[in-house]
Ligand binder design. Structure first.
Ligand SMILES: [Zn+2]
Length: 433
């Protein structure tokens, strides 16, 4: 081959690999860091996990006999055992009978003034969490406790109007100027996301998303009384809670009744949302048009089904709640099937999970809704990393990424309950004690 041909080939190779890279990376230059970045332990060893069932987070088939090499705090190699060279002096971990996954990422975690919860979640496989509505100071005590913490992606207080639903966790903004100022201050303080609550009027959302995007951080929202399509058109990146779609799916006269009930009393939603969801028709044109819109906009949806779960008791069945919850599950599965990017959030303390296990319960509810285990794991790892805008560094087991890993017994692709059988957790290249 002549020199010009070689140069041309090199050029083509370079440009195509650059194109492939920009596809998976987010376009924002700024890398979002957890607030406790400098407090994390950092791995120094070379570790080889051999003969393991590798589920790498990208939503692909597992590699049944894989080897993963960790050097320092990063993944040096991952793939079929036959193709991986183990560096001399590496510490061996026998992976036969186990599955290796990326550390779980939780898009909706509340500290809720409970002690120990972040450390418990880390023990149970959650290596990154986002709290969409707590002052950064609220985590000070946990961070000083000496216990190992997950990567903490905090939002600062969520933005709400008066009277706020959760005064303790909210910052009340009265107009656009106040909202813009507050977003900038939160960004200065290290907030990794902006969260809006339901009393933020639609006209203010655009100013909030534009300001946040200029600062390189995404915006997510709990909508409830704001029509979802309108909020997304205004630039919202993600939506918290499947119930945020109630208004978009309800015929206008009933929707307005719900909105007025909420405007008069924040607590109206507690029973009101089950009444709404029990009566929804998810095969309606309204539902289909919403789904098509979400697919087109690629909006991240964090359904938090566990926060609304209702299980009928033997002699006491609340049929409204039962039908309402079934309907929430049904829409979640419909969105997934259509290709809307779902992400998993646990809501951290929920009725039907013991303390520390809300994340796993959420995974099980998705499975009971008819979503495949592969899709559930993808939503828990790489999709969440994309939502957080940290997918350059985390979310999958690929060469060069940070070594946040979990080792579980059995194969969660076959049975999602294997996610409760966590054997080992690695964060930043070090094993969690
Ligand atoms: Zn919440």
């Amino acid at each position: 081959m002549k020199l010009p041909q070689l140069l041309l080939l090199a050029f083509v190779a370079l440009t195509t690999s650059a194109a492939a890279q920009t596809k998976t990376q987010n376009p924002v230059q700024k890398l979002i860091r957890p607030v406790n970045d400098s407090e994390l332990p950092k791995g120094r060893k070379t570790i080889a996990i051999v003969g393991v069932n590798l589920i790498d987070g990208r939503g692909l088939n597992a590699i049944p006999d894989a080897t993963v090499i960790i050097q320092g705090n990063r993944i040096l190699a991952a793939g079929h055992s036959a193709g991986i060279q183990i560096p001399q002096g590496a510490e061996f971990v026998q992976g036969k009978g186990f599955s290796l996954l990326p550390g779980l990422i939780d898009s909706h975690f509340h500290l809720d003034r409970t002690k120990d919860l972040p450390a418990m979640f880390l023990q149970n496989g959650v290596t990154s969490l986002r709290d969409p509505g707590a002052w950064i100071e609220a985590y000070a005590q946990e961070r000083k406790s000496g216990k190992q913490m997950p990567r903490l992606y905090l939002s600062g207080p969520h933005l709400d109007g008066a009277p706020p639903a959760y005064p303790y966790d909210a910052y009340v903004v009265r107009d656009e100027a106040e909202a813009i100022r507050q977003v900038n201050e939160l960004a200065d303080e290290g907030s990794t996301v902006i969260k809006i609550y339901f009393r933020i009027p639609p006209g203010m959302i655009k100013a909030i998303t534009e300001t946040a995007h200029k600062r390189g951080i995404p915006v997510t929202g709990h909508l409830e009384i704001t029509e979802a399509k309108q909020a997304i058109e205004a630039g919202l990146d993600g939506i918290e809670h499947i119930t945020s779609f109630g208004l978009s799916l309800t015929p206008k006269r009933d929707a307005e009744k719900y909105r007025q009930g909420m405007l008069a009393d924040n607590n109206f939603r507690k029973q009101g949302r089950y009444n709404t969801w029990a009566g929804l028709d998810l095969n309606s044109r309204l539902a289909d048009s919403l789904v098509r819109f979400l697919v087109r906009k690629k909006t991240f949806i964090s359904p938090t089904l566990g926060a609304f779960e209702y299980q009928a008791e033997k002699d006491k069945i609340d049929s409204i709640k039962l039908r309402g919850f079934e309907s929430m599950k049904k829409l979640t599965a419909k969105l997934q099937k259509a290709g809307v990017p779902l992400v998993l959030g646990s809501h951290s303390m929920i009725t039907y999970a013991e303390k520390g296990w809300a994340y796993q319960r959420e995974m099980e509810i998705w499975s009971e809704s008819g979503i495949s285990n592969a899709a559930i794991i993808h939503a828990s790892t790489l999709q969440n990393a994309r939502f957080f805008r940290i997918d350059r560094e985390l979310g999958s087991i690929e060469k060069g990424k940070l070594a946040d890993l979990i080792l579980v017994k059995g194969n969660p692709l076959e049975n999602i309950r294997a996610m409760r059988d966590i054997q080992k957790v690695m964060i930043n290249g070090t094993w969690v004690k």
